[in-house]
Design a protein around this ligand. Structure first.
Ligand code: SAH
Length: 228
Protein backbone atom coordinates (compact mmCIF):
# COMPACT_ATOMS: atom_id res chain seq x y z
CA UNK A 1 0.00 0.00 0.00
CA UNK A 2 2.97 2.34 0.59
CA UNK A 3 3.31 5.31 -1.82
CA UNK A 4 -0.12 4.82 -3.37
CA UNK A 5 -1.72 7.73 -1.56
CA UNK A 6 1.22 10.19 -1.63
CA UNK A 7 0.11 13.80 -2.19
CA UNK A 8 1.63 17.25 -2.64
CA UNK A 9 -0.24 18.61 0.37
CA UNK A 10 -2.00 17.22 3.43
CA UNK A 11 -5.39 17.74 1.74
CA UNK A 12 -4.26 15.87 -1.38
CA UNK A 13 -2.81 13.02 0.72
CA UNK A 14 -6.12 12.64 2.60
CA UNK A 15 -8.14 12.86 -0.63
CA UNK A 16 -6.00 10.01 -2.00
CA UNK A 17 -6.62 7.95 1.18
CA UNK A 18 -10.36 8.45 0.65
CA UNK A 19 -10.10 7.61 -3.06
CA UNK A 20 -8.26 4.38 -2.15
CA UNK A 21 -11.16 3.52 0.21
CA UNK A 22 -8.84 3.35 3.23
CA UNK A 23 -10.96 5.87 5.07
CA UNK A 24 -14.57 6.94 4.66
CA UNK A 25 -16.00 8.18 7.99
CA UNK A 26 -16.52 11.94 7.44
CA UNK A 27 -15.36 12.65 11.02
CA UNK A 28 -12.14 10.72 10.45
CA UNK A 29 -11.56 12.44 7.11
CA UNK A 30 -11.97 15.84 8.83
CA UNK A 31 -9.61 14.85 11.65
CA UNK A 32 -6.97 13.73 9.11
CA UNK A 33 -7.37 16.96 7.13
CA UNK A 34 -7.03 19.07 10.29
CA UNK A 35 -4.02 17.13 11.58
CA UNK A 36 -1.36 18.33 9.15
CA UNK A 37 1.26 15.59 8.94
CA UNK A 38 3.98 18.22 8.34
CA UNK A 39 3.64 19.31 11.99
CA UNK A 40 4.59 15.77 13.09
CA UNK A 41 6.90 14.76 10.25
CA UNK A 42 8.88 17.63 8.74
CA UNK A 43 10.53 15.63 5.94
CA UNK A 44 8.63 13.91 3.14
CA UNK A 45 5.52 14.82 5.11
CA UNK A 46 2.97 13.81 2.49
CA UNK A 47 4.64 10.64 1.21
CA UNK A 48 2.56 7.57 2.03
CA UNK A 49 5.34 5.71 3.82
CA UNK A 50 6.81 5.62 7.34
CA UNK A 51 9.52 8.26 8.01
CA UNK A 52 12.32 8.27 10.57
CA UNK A 53 11.73 10.39 13.69
CA UNK A 54 14.94 9.34 15.46
CA UNK A 55 15.72 6.68 18.09
CA UNK A 56 15.33 3.96 15.41
CA UNK A 57 11.63 4.77 15.30
CA UNK A 58 9.35 5.83 12.44
CA UNK A 59 6.11 7.74 12.28
CA UNK A 60 3.70 5.24 10.75
CA UNK A 61 2.61 5.64 7.13
CA UNK A 62 -0.45 7.83 6.55
CA UNK A 63 -2.49 4.84 5.33
CA UNK A 64 -1.85 3.06 8.67
CA UNK A 65 -2.95 6.11 10.68
CA UNK A 66 -6.04 6.40 8.49
CA UNK A 67 -7.01 2.73 8.83
CA UNK A 68 -6.44 2.76 12.60
CA UNK A 69 -8.71 5.79 13.06
CA UNK A 70 -11.31 4.35 10.71
CA UNK A 71 -11.46 1.09 12.71
CA UNK A 72 -11.47 2.86 16.09
CA UNK A 73 -14.00 5.54 15.06
CA UNK A 74 -17.00 3.98 16.88
CA UNK A 75 -15.01 4.30 20.12
CA UNK A 76 -13.71 7.80 19.30
CA UNK A 77 -16.95 9.72 19.78
CA UNK A 78 -17.22 13.16 21.41
CA UNK A 79 -16.48 12.57 25.10
CA UNK A 80 -14.66 9.23 24.57
CA UNK A 81 -11.36 8.37 26.26
CA UNK A 82 -8.44 7.07 24.21
CA UNK A 83 -4.97 5.66 24.83
CA UNK A 84 -2.18 5.67 22.21
CA UNK A 85 0.56 3.18 23.13
CA UNK A 86 3.84 4.03 21.38
CA UNK A 87 2.80 7.60 20.60
CA UNK A 88 6.13 8.38 18.82
CA UNK A 89 5.52 11.56 16.82
CA UNK A 90 2.23 12.28 18.61
CA UNK A 91 0.29 12.32 15.31
CA UNK A 92 -2.48 9.98 16.45
CA UNK A 93 -2.84 11.79 19.77
CA UNK A 94 -3.55 15.01 17.83
CA UNK A 95 -5.98 13.28 15.47
CA UNK A 96 -7.77 11.32 18.22
CA UNK A 97 -8.13 14.50 20.32
CA UNK A 98 -9.96 16.15 17.41
CA UNK A 99 -12.34 13.18 17.28
CA UNK A 100 -13.12 12.97 21.02
CA UNK A 101 -13.20 16.76 21.51
CA UNK A 102 -12.93 18.85 24.66
CA UNK A 103 -15.19 16.59 26.74
CA UNK A 104 -12.98 13.59 25.89
CA UNK A 105 -9.50 12.52 26.93
CA UNK A 106 -6.41 11.25 25.09
CA UNK A 107 -3.33 9.80 26.77
CA UNK A 108 -0.15 9.08 24.79
CA UNK A 109 2.52 6.80 26.22
CA UNK A 110 5.93 5.80 24.90
CA UNK A 111 8.82 4.05 26.59
CA UNK A 112 11.39 6.47 25.10
CA UNK A 113 11.36 9.74 27.06
CA UNK A 114 12.74 11.93 24.22
CA UNK A 115 9.90 10.68 22.00
CA UNK A 116 7.35 11.58 24.67
CA UNK A 117 8.90 15.08 24.62
CA UNK A 118 8.72 15.16 20.80
CA UNK A 119 5.05 14.06 20.91
CA UNK A 120 4.25 16.76 23.44
CA UNK A 121 6.07 19.45 21.41
CA UNK A 122 4.39 18.41 18.18
CA UNK A 123 0.88 18.40 19.68
CA UNK A 124 1.64 21.78 21.29
CA UNK A 125 2.69 23.19 17.87
CA UNK A 126 -0.46 21.72 16.32
CA UNK A 127 -2.51 23.33 19.13
CA UNK A 128 -1.13 26.78 18.28
CA UNK A 129 -3.72 26.97 15.48
CA UNK A 130 -6.46 24.82 17.08
CA UNK A 131 -8.49 25.98 20.06
CA UNK A 132 -9.82 22.47 20.84
CA UNK A 133 -6.34 21.05 21.18
CA UNK A 134 -5.03 24.02 23.17
CA UNK A 135 -7.99 23.80 25.57
CA UNK A 136 -7.49 20.04 25.99
CA UNK A 137 -3.77 20.51 26.69
CA UNK A 138 -4.49 23.28 29.22
CA UNK A 139 -7.07 21.09 31.00
CA UNK A 140 -4.80 18.01 30.84
CA UNK A 141 -7.33 16.18 28.72
CA UNK A 142 -4.37 15.49 26.47
CA UNK A 143 -1.51 13.96 28.50
CA UNK A 144 1.72 12.14 27.81
CA UNK A 145 3.60 9.70 29.99
CA UNK A 146 6.76 7.63 29.78
CA UNK A 147 5.57 4.05 30.28
CA UNK A 148 6.01 0.50 29.03
CA UNK A 149 2.82 -0.34 27.16
CA UNK A 150 3.33 -4.05 27.84
CA UNK A 151 2.31 -3.25 31.43
CA UNK A 152 -0.81 -1.37 30.28
CA UNK A 153 -1.62 2.33 30.38
CA UNK A 154 -1.50 4.61 33.43
CA UNK A 155 -3.01 2.69 36.35
CA UNK A 156 -6.60 3.18 37.46
CA UNK A 157 -7.62 4.46 34.04
CA UNK A 158 -9.83 2.78 31.46
CA UNK A 159 -10.40 3.72 27.83
CA UNK A 160 -13.02 3.45 25.11
CA UNK A 161 -10.35 3.18 22.40
CA UNK A 162 -6.80 1.85 22.63
CA UNK A 163 -4.33 2.05 19.73
CA UNK A 164 -1.02 0.22 19.86
CA UNK A 165 1.62 1.51 17.44
CA UNK A 166 4.20 -1.27 17.84
CA UNK A 167 3.87 -5.04 17.50
CA UNK A 168 3.27 -7.05 20.65
CA UNK A 169 4.56 -10.63 20.91
CA UNK A 170 1.10 -11.61 22.09
CA UNK A 171 -2.13 -9.95 23.20
CA UNK A 172 -1.32 -7.49 25.99
CA UNK A 173 -3.80 -8.55 28.69
CA UNK A 174 -3.34 -5.41 30.86
CA UNK A 175 -4.47 -3.31 27.86
CA UNK A 176 -7.51 -5.53 27.26
CA UNK A 177 -8.33 -5.19 30.96
CA UNK A 178 -8.22 -1.40 30.64
CA UNK A 179 -10.70 -1.41 27.78
CA UNK A 180 -14.18 -0.16 28.66
CA UNK A 181 -17.35 -2.11 27.83
CA UNK A 182 -18.01 -1.27 25.06
CA UNK A 183 -14.55 -0.52 23.70
CA UNK A 184 -12.13 -1.19 20.84
CA UNK A 185 -8.45 -2.21 20.93
CA UNK A 186 -6.35 -1.97 17.71
CA UNK A 187 -3.12 -3.93 18.16
CA UNK A 188 -0.49 -5.44 15.86
CA UNK A 189 0.57 -8.87 17.15
CA UNK A 190 3.34 -11.21 16.06
CA UNK A 191 7.08 -11.54 15.77
CA UNK A 192 8.30 -12.88 12.41
CA UNK A 193 4.88 -12.49 10.88
CA UNK A 194 2.54 -9.81 12.23
CA UNK A 195 -1.15 -9.07 11.85
CA UNK A 196 -3.29 -6.24 13.15
CA UNK A 197 -6.12 -7.43 15.40
CA UNK A 198 -9.20 -5.51 16.44
CA UNK A 199 -10.56 -6.60 19.83
CA UNK A 200 -14.09 -5.50 20.57
CA UNK A 201 -15.51 -5.59 24.09
CA UNK A 202 -19.30 -5.39 24.00
CA UNK A 203 -21.45 -3.67 26.61
CA UNK A 204 -21.59 -6.94 28.61
CA UNK A 205 -17.80 -7.27 28.59
CA UNK A 206 -17.73 -10.10 26.05
CA UNK A 207 -14.59 -9.90 23.88
CA UNK A 208 -14.40 -10.77 20.17
CA UNK A 209 -11.29 -10.77 17.99
CA UNK A 210 -10.97 -9.88 14.29
CA UNK A 211 -7.72 -10.34 12.34
CA UNK A 212 -7.59 -7.36 9.97
CA UNK A 213 -4.41 -7.63 7.78
CA UNK A 214 -0.69 -8.36 7.79
CA UNK A 215 1.74 -5.57 8.77
CA UNK A 216 5.38 -4.86 9.55
CA UNK A 217 5.76 -2.82 12.75
CA UNK A 218 8.69 -2.24 15.10
CA UNK A 219 8.27 -4.44 18.19
CA UNK A 220 6.83 -3.36 21.51
CA UNK A 221 10.09 -3.70 23.38
CA UNK A 222 12.60 -2.23 25.84
CA UNK A 223 14.06 1.17 24.92
CA UNK A 224 17.53 1.06 23.27
CA UNK A 225 20.41 0.87 25.79
CA UNK A 226 21.23 4.33 27.15
CA UNK A 227 17.89 5.84 26.06
CA UNK A 228 14.82 5.81 28.26
N1 SAH B 1 2.42 5.68 16.32
C1 SAH B 1 3.60 6.50 16.34
C2 SAH B 1 4.91 5.76 16.44
C3 SAH B 1 5.00 4.39 15.82
S1 SAH B 1 6.60 3.64 16.03
C4 SAH B 1 3.61 7.42 15.13
O1 SAH B 1 3.03 7.09 14.11
O2 SAH B 1 4.29 8.45 15.21
C5 SAH B 1 6.33 2.67 17.51
C6 SAH B 1 6.47 3.42 18.80
O3 SAH B 1 6.31 2.49 19.85
C7 SAH B 1 7.84 4.08 19.01
O4 SAH B 1 7.67 5.41 19.36
C8 SAH B 1 8.47 3.26 20.15
O5 SAH B 1 9.31 4.02 20.99
C9 SAH B 1 7.21 2.80 20.89
N2 SAH B 1 7.40 1.64 21.76
C10 SAH B 1 8.13 0.52 21.51
N3 SAH B 1 8.07 -0.31 22.56
C11 SAH B 1 7.28 0.28 23.49
C12 SAH B 1 6.84 -0.10 24.80
N4 SAH B 1 7.23 -1.25 25.37
N5 SAH B 1 6.02 0.74 25.46
C13 SAH B 1 5.63 1.93 24.91
N6 SAH B 1 6.03 2.34 23.69
C14 SAH B 1 6.84 1.53 22.98
Amino acid sequence: MAWRCTGKSNAELVDNLVRSKLVSHPRVVSALKETDRAVYCPYRSYVDAPQSIGYSVTISAPHMHAVALQKLEPALQPGSSALDVGCGSGYLVGAMARLVGPSGKVVGIDNIKPLVDISKNNVTSDASTDTTLSQMLAEEKIRFEVADGRQGGPSNETYDAIHVGAAAAQLVEPLLNQLNSPGLLFIPIGELSQNVYLYEKDSEGKVSETCLFGVSYVPLTDPPVGVS
